[in-house]
Design a protein around this ligand. Structure first.
Ligand code: GDG
Length: 730
């Protein structure tokens, strides 16, 4: 199996200076984590032996050099570059990604720009990625898409390929209230894009829950234990906290860089490492350190903050501003507290070589990491993993994903400058024994759930999820040759019956039940089918007889209302009961439904002769989805002793007479006559009983790709119409 990794940037940024190409490793957590996993691929991921990484190699490549770069990165990095113009990436990478999504997803709405042009270009870039990927994808490949730059890609790809598609978000997924600040079109399309994947992963349980809530509130799609059912696949949404290559940090020989902790008489080291980003809380950190110095003169000359800031997104205005505030604040602290022999803040605006970074981790008595929001924060994990002497104290913001796993550290709220100052003082005084004990516990955890385990877990789950969803789908999918056989059977048959459900099969589900009137074309189709010799058409519905009369009464069709309580035969304009029924049970059921109607604004009761429906399509989807289970359970508990039963449909709960169901109804027709062609098509839960009662030679077809008792499935309502259309007399 080959793993295709897709991320906005390739792990290398290529540039050309005077004909000399340089390939520099891209900065950031995604690249560093994934690169470590890919190195171990041969020994670890189940069945995955090779990989290809697709992404943007940067904008410093001339058109005429593209072929050379393509070959070079393919050979050296097993990568395939997607060349994108600087103009496009200014609007997408610097624009929609880093001026709209990044601030919003990190809870900085004040920094967010909402520019429709950015959004259109974001869509265009995702489409370019899709086209380029399609050139590469082979059967058997597994596709793993990364991060917020490519959230539309899963659904775009799914339209063309049936390979497993996974998506992982490296940054937080925000709460619904924050997410909904995006424009209507983008907030909907992003969610629709993501649920094109088979598996969607987040760093923490909170992000997973935020996402599921947005899907419920914005797309109206419920989930069951993180599974969302789509017409053509099942999406699993789950939590996978990203790990690091523990051994690399713990065991690395960092010579010639010094890695011992400061000796007696030397100032203690407080380390701060991040990409330059307002989300990392670097200003708050400095303010905390300044307050610590103000409150604790006894530490003057005895402690230094070693601040490494890695340049990042220099093209975005907000980043340039934060850089100048930082420079100013460092100058102010050093000016106020420093002396000839002591610089309180040692500030480096650069990226260190890897070995030097690990040596610096080991030299530091304290690591002070105070992001205001951070998807995970790998630096925190790397610091703990690097401590080969197990000595050192981590101060970590509670707003990082990593804080959930590193609870032995000093977890603080970075918005509280006092708390930062006090935590520095506390960290410098924690007894050695306690440091060692806490770090060993955290190291054990990090060693076990390392980056390889993280990636393997994701890939294995992806393969498993996509197999389950594809198995049930592909096994039963009504393909062209089956459809031809069905049509052939129909043409040859001497007597035929078509039993078809109304809502969701003949017409699409509508938001408002009353607006599901049959279009003219459907009426013509039904008339055509019905006019063919020896062909009975039976339309089954849970709707009342008046509605069916109004919509379909003009045609000589067999109609059944209220799940089959009422029947109107084609040759007779009168409605009759299928069998003697009682409606006494309504006295017990109605008060219960009335009580829930009071509790759920927008819900309403529809009372018919022998059934009652409680609709909630107008209600708040989240409130409804919580209450509906309770309503269902309540009704089930009382209907076990009375002659009624409960059916949960699409945004409706219905109660009708026991013994009245679509299975019974089908038997009513099938027992009267020998049919050599039987076709039953339905889309809802209640149609399962119809499918179960079909004789072996019947064609039973479920609309919507889900587990079913039907022999075949089709994707959507329009496919059901297409089948009927094939049977039409031309
Ligand atoms: C995103 C999310 C999430 C840092 N300085 C140097 C250097 N680094 C490396 C570190 C670490 C990586 O960069 C930074 O990773 P983080 O996780 O801390 O942060 P982001 O870049 O914002 O990453 C984040 C991550 O994706 C993974 O999902 O944790 O929340 O924002 O690996 O070692 N590397 C070198 N020199 C440096 O000076 N060589």
């Amino acid at each position: 199996m080959r793993l295709i990794i897709v991320s906005n940037r390739l792990p290398v940024a290529v540039s050309n200076s005077n004909g000399k190409f340089s390939m520099e490793k891209s900065a950031g957590g995604l690249v560093s984590g994934l690169s470590d996993f890919l190195k171990s691929l041969k020994n670890n991921a189940k069945g995955v032996r090779e990989y290809l990484w697709l992404g943007w190699p940067g904008d410093k490549i001339d058109k005429e050099d593209e072929e050379y770069v393509r070959q070079k990165v393919q050979k050296d990095f097993s990568a395939s570059p997607i060349f994108l113009s600087k103009k496009l990436m200014d609007k997408v990478y610097l624009g929609f990604c880093n001026r709209t999504l990044w601030p919003l997803f990190h809870y900085f709405p004040n920094y967010a720009h909402f520019d429709l042009d950015y959004w259109f270009e974001y869509k265009r870039m995702n489409k370019i990625f899709c086209d380029e990927l399609l050139k590469e994808i082979r059967d058997g490949d597994i596709i793993w898409i990364h991060d917020y730059h490519l959230m539309l890609l899963p659904a775009m790809l799914r339209e063309h390929v049936s390979n497993p598609i996974g998506f992982f978000l490296h940054i937080p997924f925000p709460s619904y209230e924050m997410y909904r600040m995006l424009h209507k079109e983008s907030r909907t399309e992003i969610l629709e894009g993501l649920i094109g994947a088979d598996l969607i992963g987040f760093h923490t349980h909170d992000y997973t829950q935020h996402f599921l809530r947005c899907v419920l509130r914005i797309l109206g799609k419920e989930n069951h234990m993180g599974k969302i059912s789509m017409p053509d696949h099942t999406v699993q949404v789950d939590t996978f906290p990203m790990g690091i290559d523990f051994d690399k940090f713990y065991l690395m020989d960092v010579s010639p860089f010094p890695s011992n902790k400061p000796g007696r008489g030397e100032p203690r080291m407080v380390l701060s490492v991040d990409r330059l980003d307002y989300s990392k809380g670097i200003i708050n950190r400095l303010l905390g350190f300044e307050l610590f110095l103000k409150r604790h003169p006894e530490w003057h000359g005895k402690v230094c903050m070693n601040m490494i800031v890695v340049p990042s997104r220099t093209g975005v205005g907000a980043y340039r501003k934060i850089k100048s505030s930082l420079d100013e604040l460092v100058g102010k602290i050093n000016g106020s507290y420093g002396s000839i022999s002591w610089t309180p803040v040692i500030y480096q605006y650069t990226s260190l070589p890897h070995k030097e970074l690990i040596a610096t981790y080991r030299r530091s008595d304290v690591a002070l990491l105070t992001p205001l929001r951070d998807g995970m924060n790998l630096v925190a994990k790397e610091y703990i993993a690097s401590l080969e002497d197990h000595r050192g104290m981590l101060i970590l913001s509670e707003f990082t994903g990593a804080a959930k796993e590193l609870s032995e550290s000093l977890v603080i709220n970075p918005n509280n400058i006092d708390e930062i100052a006090e935590a520095i003082e506390e960290a410098l005084n924690v007894p050695m024994k306690q440091q060692i004990r806490g770090n060993k516990i955290m190291q054990k955890r990090l060693r076990r759930y390392n980056v390889t385990k993280w990636a393997n877990d994701f890939v294995n789950k992806l393969v498993e999820t996509s197999h389950i969803s594809r198995d049930s789908v592909s096994r039963k999918l009504l393909n062209q040759s089956l459809l031809q056989r069905l049509t052939g059977n129909f043409r040859k048959a001497k007597s035929r019956i078509i039993i078809v459900n109304y809502d969701g099969t003949l017409v699409p589900y509508t938001k408002y039940p009353a607006s599901a009137e049959p279009p003219e074309a459907l009426l013509r189709l039904l008339k055509n089918l019905d006019a063919q010799i020896e062909t009975d058409i039976v339309i089954i519905s849970s709707r009342g007889k008046d509605e069916l009369d109004e919509w379909l009464g003009g045609l000589p069709l067999n109609l059944t209302a209220e799940h089959g309580s009422w029947i109107r035969e084609a040759n007779n304009n009168e409605w009759a009961l299928l069998k003697p029924l009682s409606s006494e049970w309504k006295e017990e059921v109605l008060p219960i439904l009335e009580m829930y109607t009071d509790r759920l604004p927008g819900s309403y009761i529809q009372e018919r002769d022998y059934s009652v429906a409680w609709h909630y399509h107008k209600s708040d989807i989240e409130q409804a989805s919580q209450l509906v289970k309770e309503v269902n359970d309540h009704l089930l508990s009382i209907t076990t002793n009375i002659s009624a039963h409960v059916i949960h449909g699409s945004k409706v709960i219905e109660v009708s007479n026991s013994g009245i169901n679509k299975g019974e109804l089908a038997m009513h027709w099938l027992s009267r006559k020998e049919y050599d062609f039987i076709l039953a098509i339905g889309s809802g839960w209640s149609d399962e009983l119809l499918f179960q009662t079909m004789p072996p030679h019947a064609w039973s077809i479920k609309v919507g790709l889900a587990q079913t008792a039907a022999n075949y499935v089709v994707k959507g309502q329009t496919d059901a119409i297409a089948i009927l259309d094939k049977l039409r007399d031309h």
